[in-house]
Design a binder for this molecule. Structure first.
Ligand SMILES: [Fe+2]
Length: 227
């Protein structure tokens, strides 16, 4: 996996992007780095080594934020970092030893971040992170924002999955989410103060993120599957 250089989005918010295929589709992958009071938090690591982040300081924590984003956490555990996981990942990856699973909004990463483990979608069990100083919501697969510049097969497949164009969920969430619970959890997320959304796949939404998230989940408040 080759990756791009570290890119700074805001004070204390950096990302590194890499190529990543998922079921044959080029989806890209983004790792997010948050500079917090207690140290550097690495969200959804890609294939990099802790020493590659030296310009930003020593990483302290790693978050494997959902059940599909855990492929590259092993080396970070071996390097001695505190690696946290979404609920259920310890069972899925018994070969890895995590510090603990994030099962509540209690943040082990200090007061600059808020956490919300989403229980409404068992395929991912995603933990969403809000970086309060920069008003940045960091999600993983909760929404995608595949750009027109993406390979045509990716665009066609995501369109078929109701995941393109723009900031979108996919058909999988429409089918698999527990809607009552999802409405409650999304209402909590939408009450948080953020403007930017950083996701693992697609283009960062630099501003207007709350409205983009609201639009992406419009279907959740409608009766029809494809509304
Ligand atoms: Fe993903």
């Amino acid at each position: 996996m080759t990756h791009q250089p570290i890119r700074t989005l805001a004070d204390g918010v950096h990302v590194v992007e890499a190529r990543q295929r998922f079921f044959g589709l080029e989806m890209g992958a983004r790792m997010t780095l948050l500079e917090l009071d207690g140290g550097l938090l690495v969200h959804s690591p890609i294939a990099m080594k802790p020493e590659d982040l030296t310009p930003l300081g020593s990483p302290k924590w790693v978050l494997a934020p959902n059940l599909l984003h855990h492929l590259y956490v092993g080396p970070w555990i071996e390097a001695g970092l505190e690696v946290y996981a979404c609920p259920g990942l310890s069972k899925k990856r018994p070969d890895l030893t995590f510090q603990e699973e994030i099962t509540s909004q209690q943040s082990p990463f200090g007061g600059d971040v808020k956490l919300l483990p989403l229980a409404c979608f068992g395929l991912t069990n995603e933990v969403v992170v809000l970086h309060q100083p920069s008003r940045t919501l960091v999600v993983t697969d909760l929404v995608f924002n595949i750009p027109p510049s993406a390979p045509w097969m990716t665009r066609v497949a995501m369109r078929c999955l109701c995941g393109y164009p723009g900031c979108k969920t996919t058909l999988l969430e429409r089918i698999g989410m527990q809607r009552d619970l999802a409405r409650r959890e999304l209402t909590t997320l939408l009450s948080w103060d953020f403007d930017r959304i950083v996701m693992a796949h697609g283009e960062v939404v630099e501003t207007g993120g709350k409205e983009a998230l609201r639009r992406a989940f419009q279907w959740l408040w409608k009766k029809k599957l494809l509304a």
